[in-house]
Design a protein around this ligand. Structure first.
Ligand SMILES: Nc1nc2c(ncn2[C@@H]2O[C@H](COP(=O)(O)OP(=O)(O)OP(=O)(O)O)[C@@H](O)[C@H]2O)c(=O)[nH]1
Ligand SMILES: [Mg+2]
Length: 387
């Protein structure tokens, strides 16, 4: 018999300056993240509050109401869109009797479910331990209080938490060593790849269609309608066309990479340093966006910020507005007006791929001409700073 999926009740905080539609969109994305874990969304609530409660984040009365509603709908877990501390999560669980997961923990859970290769598994495990370490500290403070107030040392709880922390640090050290080794292997592989062939990385918000474009350009890849379907970098050779002068065939190596998201946990960005090295060292970037997504401009800002955080501000890049088949004619015109230099593509019908190939062909033999940055690359994202 298959187990029933966990039923979740979503919570988001809205302060007076947050526009309602943005909070609603963020809740929709949170729902997608929950479904990406194989769980169900049974309901959601926006909790409005000008000031946050440092102990429970939301107000006590609000939480009690939300817990009643969640129970009525059969939910056993709250999922919060905001980043909560370990002690806030524990206090919410204590006050409501429901378990509670916050956004970072949820994204880590998805990555844990998806990680298959040794490198991805080590990266996700490192991110998990980095995430848990300060939370163990929270548990320690809490136990310390139980054994007699601040300043007391040597209680039974303290010993256990101290052991947990030491073991966590040890494991973090081991994982970092393993990842440094795997990074060297990756670097050697990179250097061993056909010299002289430019390397291009597909980057962008999760579920934009990066893997679909890899498939459309190279014939390989497994797209899935799921957030964070891709964790590992795959590199394949794509044929671009013939050199107009020499008639020689021209190729590039295209790498598919892990997607970005608003408030991508900084532990994951740090842990995926090696995988994302493919992006840092690529000769050019194809920045892929789902053009039909209502939040496409916000997605682009998040991608711009994340790329800067990764030290990828300089590379030539082409904005690829994918999923163009889902646009209405007025939406198309508006996007063209806003992003005149972008390629409009459909990975399923291969519409617009000739434009992408043409742009890539211009990269050979030298790098593309530098050009003015667009607003989305320059502007600060609304997302919290990474790192
Ligand atoms: N209609 C339409 N759907 C597309 C297009 N490109 C991709 N999709 C669909 O969008 C979903 C996500 O595509 P992927 O290629 O897996 O997206 P991704 O960017 O690799 O996503 P992650 O690896 O999860 O970050 C899949 O269901 C694709 O079939 C397109 O041009 N048009
Ligand atoms: Mg993918």
């Amino acid at each position: 018999m298959t187990e029933r999926p966990l039923r979740c009740f979503l919570l988001a905080h809205q302060s007076p300056q947050d526009p309602e539609e943005i909070v609603v969109d963020h809740l929709a994305e949170l729902g997608e993240l929950v479904r990406a874990c194989g769980w169900e969304v049974s309901g959601s609530q926006i909790l409005r509050r000008p000031r946050l409660d440092p102990r429970t984040f939301f107000g006590k009365g609000q939480l009690a109401d939300a817990a009643d509603q969640a129970r009525r709908l059969g939910a056993t877990q709250f999922v919060c869109d905001d980043e909560l501390s370990g002690s806030q999560v524990r206090n919410i669980e204590k006050a409501t009797g429901l378990s509670c997961l916050e956004r970072t923990g949820l994204i880590l859970t998805i990555f844990e479910l998806r990680a298959k290769s040794r490198e991805a598994r080590a990266q996700v495990e490192l991110a998990r331990f980095e995430y848990e370490l300060p939370r163990l500290k929270g548990a320690w403070t809490h136990l310390e209080r139980q054994v007699g107030g601040v300043g007391v040392r040597g209680g039974p709880g303290e010993t256990q938490i101290e052991v947990d922390r030491r073991m966590t640090r040890q494991r973090i050290g081991q994982l970092k060593k393993e990842l440094t080794h795997l990074e060297r292997v990756r670097e050697t592989q990179r250097q061993g790849r056909a010299p002289g062939i430019p390397r291009i990385a597909l980057v962008g918000y999760t579920n934009a269609g990066k893997t679909s474009l890899l498939k459309a350009l190279t014939g390989e890849g497994e797209p899935q309608d799921m957030l964070f379907a891709t964790l590992d970098t795959t590199t394949r050779k794509a044929w671009l066309g013939h050199d107009p002068e020499t008639q020689e065939p021209r190729h590039v190596l295209v790498s598919d990479t892990v997607g970005f998201i608003r408030k991508l946990p900084h532990q994951l960005v740090a842990a995926f340093r090696s995988t994302l090295g493919e992006v840092r060292t690529a000769d050019a970037l194809l920045v892929v966006a789902d053009a039909a997504h209502p939040d496409v401009e916000d997605h682009l800002k998040v991608v711009g910020t994340t790329l800067r955080e990764l030290g990828c501000a300089e590379q030539p890049r082409l904005l690829v507005l994918n999923q163009a088949d889902r646009l209405t004619p007025p939406q198309r015109l508006e996007l063209k007006r806003r992003h005149p230099a972008a390629a409009l593509t459909c990975a399923l019908t291969k519409e617009g791929l000739d434009d992408v190939r043409g742009w890539l062909l211009d990269l050979i033999p030298g790098p593309a001409q530098p050009r003015e940055l667009e607003d989305w690359e320059r502007e600060e994202a609304s997302a919290a700073p990474l790192g």
